[in-house]
Design a binder for this molecule. Sequence first.
Ligand SMILES: N[C@@H](CCC(=O)N[C@@H](CS)C(=O)NCC(=O)O)C(=O)O
Length: 210
Amino acid sequence: MITVFGEGRGFRVVWLLEEMGLPYRLRDVDLLAGVENDAEFLAINPAGFIPAIRDGDVTMVESIAIMEYLLARHGPSALAPNAQDPTFPAYQQFLHLGEAGLSASVYFVSGARNIAPESERDNWSARQAMRVFTSRLGLVTRRLEHAPYMAGEAFTAADISVGYALEMARKNIGFALGDAEQAYLARLRERGGYRRALAVCEATRTWWTS
Ligand SMILES: N[C@@H](CCC(=O)N[C@@H](CS)C(=O)NCC(=O)O)C(=O)O
């Protein structure tokens, strides 16, 4: 049985597991309460960030790496095109852009705006993270002019990566998504896997629907 530690980007992992139909359990990790007293979690990830997984004797962190691992070890799955497939380059690019370009940038903008002292809220790094987010989002917008999903005509794990980042931008920094991104998110939210994941991820559901 696969154990997913923590929501946050762990929503991506739970969503993928639902799409793949794999059994798992979600183990809550309360970052706000502080992980220093959560010895079980710190034994899994001594660096104290979420998500992490335990699968047999495998322990991993990093949501995109975890998704690649699950798709490779528990696949094959249509959610990850084969390397020889024409859609593979776009798939691979957007799978990573969803975290490295989008979510990571939103995370630092959100931290600056909501947690940093007043004098740091609009500092150079926060503005740069916002610039990085909007330039990378431009690639998503261009992609949606030509295809309904990041890899092309079919939903893949790249949409889990990018879709989560767009939800995060909408909710964490109040980013006004364009019509194409909103229509894309609406398509993703209709998926059974998304709905089941949201039903399991209570903190995410409460945050996104508040
Ligand atoms: N690139 C990582 C980012 C992980 C991350 O920053 N997680 C946040 C919550 S979603 C966290 O645990 N922050 C607390 C910390 O970094 O100490 C991933 O995709 O898993």
